[in-house]
Design a binder for this molecule. Structure first.
Ligand SMILES: C[S@@+](CC[C@H](N)C(=O)[O-])C[C@H]1O[C@@H](n2cnc3c(N)ncnc32)[C@H](O)[C@@H]1O
Length: 225
């Protein structure tokens, strides 16, 4: 996919993403559901999940079809337009909203991360980590994909190390699973990891979710990174 000419915009603004959706330039869009997400939803009972920066909504659709109480948000109106044919009858599960703004439904049992952190300029990363701690209920999890690489340019903006990610999420979260990704799309191939981060019970913010506690399996791999 060759890159069209876009005006110089800040990826922190919805206009940056809307221009790309409008031009149908979305190299991050898998157009399908990753295997590790399918395994995750097959392995735990359905719960309340937020998909922030959900784009065209493939993952939102998968959660809905798997019986999860899912909310997808994106701050680009053009992302909602791209999602309309994908989500079909599940379109009510997606809303125009900014990740950093309060949601009446929070906190959630799970927040699913796919290509939001790497879409944000680094100056927003610390706020991303703090917002995650508000959004995930105690005992809940972040599950999803994290993009690692070199260099400063983006998007996608790459994490330079596991320690950099840990510095954003600890001590509110602890990493409980870390695995290679077998079915990455080209833009992320060889550079992303599937990880789960559990919200520490005792840390501040994020009271328990309104729904039943999420029955999550124990840690798979405590040696993240
Ligand atoms: C790289 S795309 C990934 C989309 C989707 N997660 C996927 O994997 O196909 C990043 C998405 O995050 C959205 N986004 C970026 N910053 C956001 C914010 N602060 N609040 C909500 N959505 C945001 C963009 O509009 C865009 O749809």
């Amino acid at each position: 996919m060759s890159t069209p000419d876009f005006p110089r915009l800040d990826p922190a603004d919805p206009e940056f993403w809307s221009a790309r959706y409008q031009a149908r330039f979305a190299p991050w869009d898998a157009g399908r559901v990753p295997a590790q997400l399918r395994a995750f939803t097959a392995g735990v009972p359905p719960a309340r999940v937020l998909v922030p920066g959900c784009g065209s909504g493939w993952d939102v659709r998968h959660f809905a079809e798997s019986g999860w109480d899912v909310l997808g948000i994106d701050f680009s109106p053009e992302a909602l337009e791209a999602a309309r044919p994908v989500l079909g009858p599940h379109m009510a599960r997606m809303r125009l909203a900014d990740f950093f703004a309060p949601l009446v439904e929070e906190p959630f049992d799970v927040v699913y991360e796919r290509a939001l952190l790497c879409a944000l300029p680094r100056r927003l990363w610390q706020s991303w980590g703090m917002r995650m701690a508000e959004l995930v209920a105690r005992g809940g999890r972040i599950a999803g994909f994290f993009y690692f690489g070199e260099g400063e340019r983006g998007p996608p903006f790459a994490l330079h190390s596991q320690a950099e990610l840990a510095a954003l999420l600890e001590p509110a979260f602890t990493c409980v699973e870390d695995a290679a990704v077998p079915d990455s799309i080209p833009v992320f191939a060889g550079k992303e990891r599937w990880q789960q981060w559990q919200r520490i019970q005792g840390s501040q913010a994020a009271p328990p979710a309104h729904s039943a506690t999420l029955a999550l399996p124990g840690p798979n791999n405590s040696d993240c990174g």
